[in-house]
Structures are given as C-alpha cells and as structure tokens.
Design a binder for this molecule. Structure first.
Ligand SMILES: *[C@@H]1O[C@H](CO)[C@@H](O)[C@H](O)[C@H]1NC(C)=O
Length: 348
C-alpha cells in the first residue's frame, strides 16, 4: 500500500513537471507571436521582433536559399511595413530576386558579410517610398539596380563598400546624403559621377584603384563636408578637382600624390586635410598656405619632404606649424618641428 502511494505521488510529480514545461513553451510561443509580427513558424528561419512602438525588425541571417527567402515573404504577413531586414554573415544567398520580399517594405536593409552577387531590378520596389538606409557591404555584389535610385524617395544612406562593382555606378538621387563605395574594383570616377546627387555631404571612394581625378569631379556639391579618397593611386590633384562648402574633411592619405595644383582643393576652411603616406617632396606656398590660413589642420606624415627653401613659409610661422602634424618629417626623418627657423630666415 505504501508502495502504491509512493508511485502515485511520483506520477503526480512527473505529470506536474510536464504540465509546467508545456505552459512555459506556450508562454514563449505567445511571446514570439506577439503582434504585429507574423507567426514565427510561418517565417522560420527568419525571426521577427517588435518593440513597444510596434516597429518590426526581421532577421533572415539563417536563410538557406533564395527560394526559402521567397517562401518566408509569401507567408501570411498581416503587417508588411517592417523597419529593418537583416541578413548578416549568410553564406548561401547570392541573388536578391525580384518579388522574393513579397509585400514587405523596409526602412533599413542590412545585408552584409555574405556572398550576395546581385540585387535584381525591382527586388526592393516595395520599399521605394520607405527605404532610408541601405547597407550591402562586404559581399560580392557586381549588379545592383542603381537606375532605380531616383525612385527611393527617402534614401539618405547607401553603403556598398567591399564588393565587386566593376564600373562606377550611376548615382541619381535628390535625397542621398552619404555614399560609401570604397573597396570596389571600378578604378575610374567619371566626371559626372556625383553631379546628380547634389545633397551628398559625405562621399567615400577609398581603395578603388583610382589613378586620375578629373577637374570638376567633386565640385558644385553644395553640402560636401567629407571626402574619402585615401588608399587609391592618385599622383596629382588638378585645379578645380575638389571643392568643399563651409568646411572640409579630406582624406587623401596613402596615395602617391606628388603635386597639388593651385585651386585643386578649395573650401576646406577650418577642416582637416590628411595627406600622410604620399610622395610630396615640396610644399608650395601658393598651394598649402591657403589651407593653413583658413585654419585647416594638415597631416603630412610619411612624405619624402626635401625640407629646402620651399618650406620657409611654414617653418618660420609658429601658427602654421601648430596646425601641421607633429610627426611630419623630412625625407631623412628629421622632424619639421625640430628644424631651426633661423636657417630658413638666413638662407631662403
Ligand atoms: C563573386 O561573384 C562572381 C560572379 O559575379 C563569381 O564568379 C565569383 O566566384 C564570386 N567570388 C566569390 C569570392 O564568391
């Protein structure tokens, strides 16, 4: 009799445990299914989360194929207005196909660190009015519907660095403010490359094997404040190539720049010019003095400066020297800061 009681007690305990864990599972599911997100089973392996403002993010990083992505977005999606789509570190998805995102629209698209090669025409068409930020960096993208950019009427940020764009894309947008195209193999920036994106305040075209800048490429952009042209193969900045408005941050480090024409760079004012790791032997007064008079800082570390009389205007002016990078040196390693100005006064 005592044995039976014990058995029954154990049984009750076991049943109780099962009941509790089932309830826990249900509670978890209920958590996930919270509206406005779709049913988690319908969109698996994508995961939807919503915040208190009902802003929904969907993470499809685990998606296994184009077809699976298409199935996810052809399921029942009661509220297709998502905030963000994330597909990060995915090693399967090569093409974002037209229609695969179904009725879903996004404000932010983040497809990074994967093997994406192509975004098809109209693949993002549901997001024409909503999309403000596109992050498709660190993939292998060689095809993207740049011709549709004018249709993205909220687009402010386009980041496509570290991809396989063989040709400079046609950029045409009244809203775009920031574009990052660094680390693509296109090699040339056409003269009109940025002339239909007048609202840009930041441009990054670093590490694109660019050898030549055409006069007028970075002018007539009334909001331009940041320009990254570092790690290219530039040797010369011609007159009228780069024009900032108000204040400029110009990254030209790690090129092979030997010369800058008078009027090659204008409008920097109290900004910053980075020219480290180039091939400057002389710093002509007519070119460089206007930068420092405008209050810009000048980073010229690691250039083979001859430190002859062409530097007299700089080393005899302590205000200009204070704006020059303290590690700037002559070809033989002598710091500019330790040159004796009296020599330049006496001999130049
Ligand atoms: C990148 O895409 C091209 C096709 O555009 C393909 O031939 C190449 O193998 C891809 N590279 C990598 C590293 O996946």
């Amino acid at each position: 009799m005592a044995g039976l009681h014990r058995l029954l007690a154990l049984l009750a305990l076991a049943l109780g445990t099962v009941a509790v864990s089932v309830a826990e599972e249900k509670a978890k599911d209920a958590d996930l299914r919270r509206l406005p997100c779709p049913d988690p089973h319908d969109i698996s392996p994508c995961v939807c989360t919503a915040d208190e403002q009902h802003s929904m993010d969907v993470d499809c990083s685990q998606v296994e194929s184009e077809d699976q992505l298409a199935r996810v977005f052809s399921s029942t999606i009661p509220f297709p207005q998502f905030h963000a789509l994330y597909i990060d570190g995915n090693q399967r998805l090569k093409v974002l196909r037209r229609g695969d995102l179904g009725p879903a629209s996004f404000e932010l698209i983040h497809i990074t660190g994967g093997v994406l090669e192509e975004v098809q025409e109209e693949a993002l068409s549901q997001s024409y009015p909503t999309l403000s930020h596109i992050y498709i960096q660190e993939n292998n993208v060689s095809r993207f519907p740049f011709a549709e950019l004018p249709l993205f009427t909220s687009l402010v940020y386009l980041q496509m660095h570290t991809n396989s764009l063989e040709r400079f894309p046609g950029l045409d947008s009244d809203t775009l403010q920031q574009v990052v195209l660094s680390d693509n193999p296109f090699g040339e920036i056409p003269l009109d490359g940025f002339q239909r994106v007048k609202n840009l305040y930041s441009i990054s075209v670093s590490a694109n094997d660019v050898e030549i800048l055409l006069p007028g490429t970075f002018t007539d952009l009334p909001h331009l404040h940041y320009l990254h042209l570092d790690s290219n193969q530039l040797t010369h900045i011609p007159a009228g190539a780069i024009e900032f408005s108000g204040k400029g941050n110009l990254h030209l480090q790690s090129n092979s720049i030997k010369s800058i024409a008078i009027g090659g760079i204008t409008g920097v004012n109290a900004g910053h010019i980075y020219l480290a790791r180039n091939s400057l032997v002389v710093l002509e007064e007519d070119v460089f003095r206007p930068f420092l008079e405008g209050g810009a800082t000048l980073d010229i570390d690691d250039n083979p400066l001859g430190c002859g009389c062409d530097l007299a205007w700089l080393v005899t002016n302590s205000y200009f020297m204070a704006l020059t990078s303290p590690a700037a040196s002559c070809y033989d390693g002598e710091l500019l800061a330790s040159l004796d100005p009296a020599i330049y006064v006496d001999l130049c």
